[in-house]
Design a protein around this ligand. Structure first.
Ligand SMILES: *Cc1c(COP(=O)(O)O)cnc(C)c1O
Length: 397
């Protein structure tokens, strides 16, 4: 089939026409359990009544005015995020990569405006994923993603995750900060150790560096806390988030301490669409649900149920799954056969999931999944594992 879309994606031959909670329906009548959630994005599932109402009502009033004017919906959203986190202020944008770009700009700017214009370099980690803009490709550092796109943007140094000696050795007089995902998502659900995060915090304080967390995927309730770093008790100077924030509506955010944010004076950074009334109405509706008493507790309960069920699956199919990883509803199952083959079998069993690096099958369901959704998902994964076992007895690792 010849498509008018550029060939940038390997798409499954499925098209969905509607959804409800954790379920998606194809145009030809198949019903899928959605443990992909638009890549950890549809935090409230599909067609959530509260989110739909907020978006439709806002769309009928005013969608976009630009940042030439006050945007009350953005002011409210920022105030709620500040109230709920370490941050003193928030900048809204439209995607994860854009949030990370702004975060790196903010870190460099804060160094430059406090007497250290030479401090421009950011320490990043092997296996990181920070997005696909020219700058964030460099921060990501994955050679496959850089291929054919010219000289990588300068200013990013890569070291192994969870290796404090390597981090210390990488610090130079030009280092401005350290950027990392508390749990690496795209490269296979690999967590930074709590101890490592604590030591990074101490080192940043010691050398006057800024600690920047990329919580684009781990944020907004995904791990069972509002932000994943809360589990470690380590607070960054600045943080990005995006995926789950709009419940499927595009929005990104940079949350920052005053020490960094005060240098982003008028004209220093901007976006046309960022923080418009419609996007912020969507994110406010998501927060209505996430911040309601008991909601994150329910996410942790669902996660605990899935952990138990999935540990059983790994025990029953050691020839298909070698390990369960992750935290909350950011789950990785390391596969023995090719993860892509396991995903194909899951799709055959009418279950959607995502692959990640390191031969991992990633399960990132909507945060609103029910107990019965959890049981159903593991039933379908069992079917998938049986199918994979039947066709491909030999392992890849
Ligand atoms: C998805 C992701 C990004 C990129 O977000 P986009 O919205 O695709 O630009 C950046 N960082 C992390 C950790 C991500 O998971």
């Amino acid at each position: 089939m010849i498509s008018a879309l550029m060939p940038t994606y390997n798409r499954a031959d499925l098209a969905f026409e509607r959804g409800e909670g954790a379920w998606l329906y194809t145009t030809d009548g198949r019903r899928f359990l959605d443990f992909a959630a638009g890549i950890a994005t549809c935090s409230l599932g599909h067609a959530n009544a509260h989110l739909v109402k907020a978006i439709s009502e806002q769309a009928a009033r005013v969608m976009h005015v630009s940042n030439l004017y006050r945007v009350p919906q953005a002011e409210r959203l920022a105030a709620r995020l500040v109230e709920a986190t370490f941050a003193d202020s928030v900048f809204f944008c439209n995607s994860g990569a854009e949030a990370n770009e702004g975060m790196v700009k903010a870190v460099r700017r804060a160094q430059a405006k406090t007497g250290h214009p030479e401090r421009t370099r950011i320490i990043c980690f092997n296996g990181a994923f920070h997005g696909r803009t020219l700058g964030m490709l460099s921060a990501t550092g994955n050679p496959a993603y850089l291929d054919g796109f010219g000289e990588p943007a300068p200013g990013f140094d890569h070291v192994p995750l969870n290796n404090m000696n390597a981090v210390r050795a990488a610090v130079t007089p030009e280092t401005a900060g350290v950027m990392l995902e508390p749990i690496q998502g795209e490269s296979g659900i690999k967590a930074a150790d709590v101890r490592f995060l604590q030591e990074l915090r101490t080192m940043c304080d010691e050398f006057g560096l800024f600690l920047a967390f990329d919580e684009v995927q781990t944020g907004v309730g995904r791990t069972g806390r509002l932000f994943a770093h809360e589990w470690a008790g380590v607070t960054p100077d600045i943080m990005s988030t995006a995926k789950g924030l709009g419940g499927g509506f595009p929005i990104g955010a940079i949350l920052s301490t005053e020490a960094v944010a005060r240098h982003l004076t008028p004209g220093s950074h901007a976006t046309t669409f960022g923080g418009n009334p419609l996007a912020c109405a969507a994110a406010n509706a998501v927060l209505d649900v996430l911040l309601a008493p008991g909601f994150l507790e329910q996410v942790r309960e669902r996660a605990a149920l899935l952990d138990t069920l999935l540990d059983g699956l790994v025990r029953d199919f050691p020839d298909v799954f070698s390990e369960r990883r992750g935290l909350g509803l950011l789950i990785g199952l390391r596969c023995v056969p090719k993860a892509a083959d396991v995903l194909a079998a899951a799709n055959q069993a009418d279950l959607l999931a995502v692959t990640a690096g390191d031969n991992v099958l990633r399960l990132v369901p909507p945060l609103v999944i029910t107990e019965s959704d959890c049981h159903e998902a593991v039933k379908r994964l069992t079917q998938a594992a049986e199918a994979v076992r039947a066709v491909s007895p030999e392992a890849v690792s």
